[in-house]
Design a protein around this ligand. Sequence first.
Ligand code: FAD
Length: 507
Amino acid sequence: MTEKTAGRHPRDCQVVVIGAGIGGLTAGALLAARGFDVLVLEQAFVPGGCASTFKRRGFTFDVGATQVAGLEPGGVHERIFRELGVEPPAARPCDPACAVYLPQETEPICLWRDPERWRAERIRHFPGSERFWAKLDQLFELSWDFNAREPLLPPVRPEEYLALAAKLRPRTLLTLPYALRTVADLLSDYKLADDRRLRRFLDMQLKLYSTVEANQTAALYGAVSLGMTCAPRGLFHLEGSMQTLSDRLVEALRRHNGRLLTGQKVTAIHTRHGLAAGVTVHDRRSGRDWEVRAAQIVANVPVWSLPELTGAALTKNYRERVDKLPEAPGAFVAYLGVRSEAVPADCPPHLQFLYDYDGPVAENNSLFVSVSQPGDGRAPQGCSTIIASSFTDAKAWGAAADYTAMKERYTRTAIELLGRYFPDLEAHLVHVEAATPCTFEHFTARPHGFVGGIGQRPSQFGPFSLSNRTPVENLWLVGDSTHPGEGTAGVSYSALNCVKLLEAAVS
Ligand SMILES: Cc1cc2nc3c(=O)[nH]c(=O)nc-3n(C[C@H](O)[C@H](O)[C@H](O)COP(=O)(O)OP(=O)(O)OC[C@H]3O[C@@H](n4cnc5c(N)ncnc54)[C@H](O)[C@@H]3O)c2cc1C
């Protein structure tokens, strides 16, 4: 199929991808590049999902994701763009990756890009923690070494267990004693359980990457996510906006003759003799429903969407597993366009604040803040964008009788808290807007506005994570609900795994 048929609804294709988030676009582009006839259907009017952008009064705001891992040579995004034959988006490394402010402190803990500098920083801030960090470094190296062999996780079929076993090396076995432990367990091992500063610093960082704090985050996942910020890996700030990541993936999809149709919501997945067979689509522009047959379906949706989309085709066991998953959080995000006088000189692109030691890393007690950088294309001359997000109880927003007042209250509190760091913030505000879990549910079709996947607890991580396979033959799941979890790099890895499984299934 080519762009010439855009506007007409195709009746058949080899692979339908439901959703053009980074997971769906990556899977779609890779499948197209590997010779599949691919149709990507996106319910929103722009692709990118949680990593898209919107524009207001000359400002470009990143909706959710603001920083990207995996763009370094050999990183997951870089490898995928190389295979697709498309240039990765232009990006600058973040150094520090983040400046973290603990309650009542004025000097931040900076996650420097240079590993030696970061090592010195963490020991200066957390004296006595050397052995704890050394253990995390060791687990990072062992896990990275294992991941470099591209294991397909989690194994589901006997042949996948065998393939996984072949990826193990004697040194991988050193990680086994930590497989069921949390980061907080490691703190206890090193007699650091009472180090409140270190514990809360870890809670803040881990919550960003795994949606749960140190007492619930799998130690091996924690080690990998905490080690990602340093060279030769690191986090990157995209030039222009986050949308450039999806733009490049769409370019790759089209270059390889795949198609993307926006404003097309998949309302049902059909099966025939137990196999995925096609989808019903609601065209949001014309209001009409249409159907497309496909031999393979890749769903880039949160796992909570699958039961409704598949109806009776999903097995009882899988449905129960989904029902039993702990609820994911939602996000409250304040998008501010400001005059640059409000931004301190040399302000790092990412800051994180905790305001009260005893409060949660959520609900405006903790803000993760992204600030546009001079010349990065997000703000008009003399202005900047400040985006502040916090985790929040997603369902509370859907049930709120005073939704509008609650949104205003959260926005005011966020501005007041940000004013402690950004001088005269209120006086320099040009544009103020906010998103709640209801906004995310509306624009990204994520049930309840749940974000961040299923949480990287030991019971849900690695071999225990959700597979790209679903119980419906030829229906695949891709994105942040599946291994290895959230983040644009995580969902790209998930897409790569899914493509390998799908290719093997049809060969
Ligand atoms: C506030 C916030 C901040 C974040 N910060 C970062 C960060 O700095 N760095 C980072 O790496 N990650 C960050 N993340 C996480 C990251 O954005 C996500 O993990 C990732 O973008 C998810 O990609 P995905 O493809 O799995 O899902 P999504 O982005 O949710 O994409 C799924 C797509 O499918 C579409 N869709 C859903 N249902 C249907 C249907 N029935 N029919 C058709 N289309 C459908 C949706 O509209 C959407 O476009 C952040 C997330 C949030 C919410």
